[in-house]
Design a protein around this ligand. Structure first.
Ligand code: GLY
Length: 256
């Protein structure tokens, strides 16, 4: 169960966020702000206390706080983002993390290691970590070293198509994951019940399980229907402006 979440209000520079999909156009800032507010309210409706950090105009992608840290019950790891324009975001999240964790339990990924939280999917005490354009072997090795004393296991996963691991696979509950594209048949997840999203709804694989309910990006009826059929209460949240810069539901918060 999650008690807390940390989010960061997007700055106006959001419109210049990194994107692999320029054909979708730049985000509309006012609409993005409204969507951010609705996202916070959705988390709050699921009994999550949300800490809202101020915008960081110098970092266009800084509302995607998930990439800057990985948070456990008793420990925190500050990451080292692989995207050059995002490196400083890790230092900027630190004061917020210090509000919840003692200094001795706050660990760091340091260069030449890189790791972004979007590449980390937790299933109980196992952390699947995508080896991506943003997360390298050294970052994964360091993450493994940090988590070992806490009794956690790290499983590296090679990625072929997606930006981050959680772009294409997200843990729901039990042994169940929601998958798209390369993860529908990925051998590393053969032991899971895989719920496939249809190819035209690939973006919706980035759903967010929160305290028994699932936040789903609005506008993906088949994914929504599949989750409802499995018995999950579903909360559609519009993320159209974040999608334009490769962001999704999970990227917008740190949950713990
Ligand atoms: N625009 C989100 C990212 O590239 O990290």
């Amino acid at each position: 169960m999650f008690k807390h979440a940390i989010v960061r209000t997007p700055g106006t520079t959001l419109t210049r966020g990194i994107t692999g999909h320029p054909e979708l156009g730049a985000p509309d800032y006012e609409r993005a702000l409204a969507q951010h507010g609705a996202y916070i309210r959705a988390l709050e409706s699921l009994a999550v206390e949300v800490a809202v950090l101020p915008p960081l105009e110098e970092y266009p992608d800084s509302c995607f706080v998930e990439d800057t840290a990985v948070l456990g019950e008793t420990w925190a790891v500050i990451t080292c983002p692989g995207a050059p324009s995002r490196k400083g975001e890790a230092e900027a999240i630190l004061p917020a993390i210090r509000e919840f964790y003692p200094e001795a339990r706050i660990h760091r990924i340091t260069a030449p290691g890189t790791l972004e939280g979007g590449d980390v999917m937790r299933v109980e005490d196992t952390f699947y970590v995508g080896r991506s354009a943003r997360t390298n072997d050294e970052g994964i090795r360091r993450f493994q070293d940090i988590l070992k004393p806490y009794g956690c296991r790290v499983v590296p996963v090679a990625l072929r198509e997606v930006l981050h691991l959680k772009t294409g696979i997200n843990y729901l509950s039990g042994r169940r994951v929601l998958v798209s594209g390369e993860f529908t048949g990925h051998p590393d997840f053969a032991g899971f019940e895989r719920i496939p999203v249809p190819p035209q709804e690939g973006y919706a694989a980035n759903c967010l399980w929160v305290n028994g309910s699932v936040l789903v990006p609005a506008g993906f009826p088949q994914t929504e229907g599949a989750l409802r059929a499995l018995g999950y209460p579903v909360l559609p949240v519009d993320t159209s402006e974040y999608r334009k810069i490769d962001g999704g539901l999970s990227c917008l918060s740190l949950r713990f």
